[in-house]
Design a protein around this ligand. Structure first.
Ligand code: AP5
Length: 209
């Protein structure tokens, strides 16, 4: 199965992708995670994308497409994948259409006010990237990842002013993707507020698995 998870920053794409990936035994491809790894390693791509990510802006389409083409060509993608955070512009979606045919597009719907609370409370493991929230997870309050023992950190782009910029970018540049996929008969909207496992059930129902 080839699946796209659409949704505002902090709508829970990464959280839900982790479950669905295990359930369906397909990898999650997160362009944001790829860029953060490149930044951490200080590669050419990492240096190129840093100023955009830190400002809450989108990385230019050409760079994103170079990274995604290389990633989707790898062996682990042959039985399908979950795209988390890609595509984010109509241009990226059109380029993806030329690479492959997507089966489902799930859009997680969460009001902006909830997003700001979620992102300012998010903590991310500096070693394995697992995500927690200080309000909902004891682990987050302990400051240590319960999977690998890494230290939990705040993402640079989760500062309140950057979160507002990211939401603005989402509404202007990424939300039009809902109509793009609705017109192709592929869009399924899922209520993204409430307990994580309830949302997971709604997604699996929408995928008919
Ligand atoms: P990216 O890493 O993709 O960030 P994002 O889309 O902004 O999404 P997030 O990772 O912030 O949130 P999420 O939806 O995964 O939510 P999560 O599950 O963590 O991109 C970062 C940057 O890279 C972009 O700004 C851009 O610059 C660049 N970029 C990436 N892809 C690009 C592309 N294709 N084109 C151009 N630029 C690109 O959950 C958030 C928090 O909420 C967590 O703390 C979680 O524990 C909590 N939570 C989750 N579910 C619930 C729930 N049901 N109730 C309460 N809390 C919840």
């Amino acid at each position: 199965m080839k699946l796209i998870l659409l949704g505002a920053p902090g709508s829970g794409k990464g959280t839900q992708a982790e479950f669905i990936s295990r359930e369906l035994s397909i990898p999650t491809i997160s362009t944001g995670a790829i860029f953060r790894e490149e930044m951490q390693k200080g590669t050419k791509i990492g240096l190129k994308v840093k100023e955009y990510i830190d400002a809450g802006m989108l990385v230019p389409d050409e760079t994103v497409l170079e990274v995604i083409r290389e990633r989707l060509a790898r062996e682990d993608c042959k039985n399908g994948y979950i795209l988390d955070g890609f595509p984010r512009t109509i241009h990226q979606a059109e380029a993806l259409d030329r690479i492959t045919d997507i089966d489902y597009v799930i859009s997680l719907e969460v009001p902006d006010a909830d997003i700001e609370k979620r992102l300012t409370g998010r903590r991310v493991c500096s070693k394995c990237g697992k995500t927690y929230h200080i309000k909902y997870d004891d682990t987050a309050r302990s400051g240590i990842c319960n999977e690998c023992g890494g230290a939990l950190t705040v993402r640079e782009d989760d500062k309140p002013e950057t979160v507002r910029a990211r939401l603005d970018v989402y509404h202007k540049q990424s939300e039009p993707l809902k109509d793009y996929y609705r017109n192709k008969g592929k869009l399924k909207s899922v209520e993204g507020t409430g307990p994580v496992d309830e949302i997971r059930k709604l997604i699996l129902e929408a995928l008919s698995v």
